[in-house]
Design a protein around this ligand. Structure first.
Ligand SMILES: Nc1ncnc2c1ncn2[C@@H]1O[C@H](COP(=O)(O)OP(=O)(O)O)[C@@H](O)[C@H]1O
Ligand SMILES: Nc1nc2c(ncn2[C@H]2C[C@H](O)[C@@H](COP(=O)(O)O)O2)c(=O)[nH]1
Length: 241
């Protein structure tokens, strides 16, 4: 009897030290171009008690010990892209690691889009030197093997580049005032290649695609259509898009 008691108390200690949950929650990443409506989408799920909503840690990128790394990256990407992407990778890893009591974790973006979309774009444009890309890539491979950063579902908020760019202009974020349409168009193509091309798709999660061009006045219906999958009520098979 003593042994059983010891095992139970050990398990209780493990659960307590792991923040009250043993298994990784059903982890969903909301992906999409800049301005595609990810933050707005997350607000729809903020009210659900079963969902832990993790917004992108943009406030940390804008204030890293008083440095606005996001602004520095947009002002001089050649000089600051490695610094910025290193910090994105660290802060996104923390999001993947974050313990939640809710059975579902809904993250804005992921380690994977940072690596396969944004770092990819910086390298294609020659704004991140190859040695820097190599270091970022080795860190990415190391942390995604060491930690359980797997996703169970990707929600792709698919917009046309034109609509995403129009919304960026409307939002008028100070750091993004230099963002050109061509940057958004290229990021769109990179997202499509990443999410529609299995070889690039290192995370084995199924992808559901929402028509995020729909206006705010009607898009809630689109969200509701996919809610059973996002709340893991109707599991999806991993399939190619
Ligand atoms: N479906 C939509 N229709 C019209 N405007 C939208 C829609 N979704 C978001 N917006 C607006 O577009 C801008 C970008 O949305 P946001 O949710 O911040 O996108 P993201 O987080 O993907 O960058 C915001 O000003 C937001 O109010
Ligand atoms: N260079 C990178 N920029 C990134 C990355 N992740 C996000 N961002 C930028 C894009 C936007 O200006 C801002 C917030 O993104 P939203 O899509 O939520 O508007 O941060 C990245 O990995 N690299």
């Amino acid at each position: 009897m003593n042994t059983v008691k010891k095992i139970i108390s050990k398990m209780a200690q493990t659960v307590a030290s792991s923040g009250g949950d043993l298994a990784r929650p059903f982890t969903v990443a909301v992906e999409g171009n800049v301005g595609s409506g990810k933050t707005t989408f997350l607000q729809h799920f903020n009210k659900n008690q079963n969902v832990a909503v993790l917004a992108e840690p943009i406030d940390m990128w804008r204030n890293c010990s008083s440095y606005n790394l996001l602004e520095l990256m947009y002002q001089d990407p050649k000089k600051w892209s490695f610094t910025f992407q290193s910090y994105v990778q660290l802060t996104m890893l923390r999001q993947h690691q974050r313990k939640t009591r809710q059975p579902i974790k809904l993250m804005e973006r992921s380690l994977y889009s940072a690596r396969y979309c944004f770092v990819e774009k910086l390298c294609r444009d020659g704004l991140m030197a190859k040695p820097s890309m190599e270091v970022i890539d080795q860190w990415f491979n190391y942390v995604t093997k060491l930690e359980d950063t797997q996703l169970d579902l990707i929600v792709y908020l698919r917009t046309s580049p034109e609509v995403a760019f129009e919304r960026i202009l409307k939002r008028n974020r100070s750091e993004e005032r230099t963002v050109a349409f061509e940057y958004i168009r290229d990021l769109h193509d990179i997202h499509e290649a990443w999410l529609y091309n299995k070889t690039l798709h290192k995370c084995k999660a199924p992808v559901i695609v929402l028509n995020a061009d729909l206006d705010q006045s009607v898009i809630e219906e689109e969200y509701m259509k996919f809610e059973p999958h996002i709340l893991n009520k109707i599991p999806l098979e991993v399939k190619s898009l």
